[in-house]
Design a binder for this molecule. Structure first.
Ligand code: 7PJ
Length: 314
């Protein structure tokens, strides 16, 4: 077939060739990102964007208030997310909300390992661990996790080596500062360029540590050391962040950015969150991290359908 497919698998060497130019920043055309992510034991197909479900196993998570702190409840919630179509369930035991109390590695392991062990035995979706600590990475992967999602982009001592040694996929997220103080005075000269350069440099550090490119995705870190204007600039320019071809993961679900725009409390931010999910996919995001999997997946499917129609691939 001579017609070019809009969302078919592409070689990563094609990366960035179709970056939107000035005036085309909000194109529905799919940018040329690496369309796969190599997990520990299988490959996640990203030809069509997927949803990563958020499973907080912390007593102080800002949006579900520790509702799922018990292992049984957390596992049930993870299973539900998988049934709803999550491709990945992201299990986190450290709250990164501003002002949250630090957690020891032992405590984080105590929270996440029993949940990961039981989830991997029950669901086909991949399980990732949301952590920055090398000890937690190793314990979570030993329990069956196939991806490490790190809001500190493997910058803690030993984290890069731990992730490389585990042979799993990694998500490198941008954060300015540390959770306790990151929202005090976020400061950038050119936020999109700075975040892109940070992510590219962390990807180079991963490559130097022996992590295959196929295992890496990047994330602008919405809400992590950013003003609403910074967050919006990043969301409006997602395609530029993956310019070196790495898949882009985005998490906006229930965040204060949605609250600021809609004036709503965290539990009432579903509509705003799914709107952002669809628009993030339209901008080229490959993975959308969200609390509400079914609704988010619907939004992602709508965006995929429009993208296909826009490129004559329906
Ligand atoms: C993110 C995350 C995000 C990635 C959190 C919350 C706050 N990991 N972990 N991206 N946010 N990769 O659950 O909303 O945006 S914690």
């Amino acid at each position: 077939m001579a017609r070019r497919r809009a969302v078919g698998p592409r070689r990563s060497t094609d990366a960035g060739r179709e970056r939107p130019g000035p005036g085309r920043a909000f194109s529905l055309a799919a940018p040329r990102f690496q369309m796969k992510l190599a997990l520990r034991d299988r490959t996640l197909d990203l030809a069509e964007p997927v949803v990563m479900g958020v499973l907080n196993v912390t007593p102080d998570s800002f949006s579900d208030g520790g509702l799922y702190a018990g292992v049984d409840a957390a596992v049930a919630r993870g299973e539900r997310m998988a049934e709803e179509g999550a491709a990945i369930v992201d299990v986190g035991g450290e709250s990164t909300r501003p002002g949250a109390a630090p957690v020891t590695a032992e405590e984080e392991i105590r929270r996440v390992v029993p949940v990961i062990e039981r989830l991997v035995a029950r669901i086909r979706a991949a399980v990732s661990v949301d952590t920055s600590k090398p000890e937690v990475m190793r314990a979570a992967v030993a329990a069956g996790a196939s991806m490490v999602n790190d809001v500190r982009a493997l910058r803690l001592p030993g984290a890069l080596e731990a992730a490389a040694g585990c042979g799993v996929a990694v998500c490198l997220m941008h954060m300015q500062g540390e959770p306790a103080t990151m929202q005090v005075r976020p400061d950038y000269a050119r936020v999109v360029a700075e975040v892109r350069e940070f992510l590219a440099s962390r990807a180079r550090a991963c490559a130097a540590a022996g992590i295959a490119r196929e295992r890496i995705c990047v994330d602008p870190g919405i809400g992590f050391g950013k003003t609403p204007a910074h967050n919006l600039a990043l969301l409006a320019n997602l395609a530029a962040l993956g310019a070196d071809g790495l898949p882009v993961l985005v998490g906006v679900s229930r965040k204060s950015l949605v609250g600021i725009i809609t004036g709503r409390a965290p539990e009432d931010r579903l509509a705003g969150s799914v709107a952002f999910a669809a628009l993030a996919v339209a901008q080229g995001a490959s993975i959308v991290r969200a609390h509400d999997v079914a609704a988010t997946l619907d939004a992602v499917r709508v965006a995929i359908a429009l993208r296909r129609a826009g490129t004559g691939d329906s």
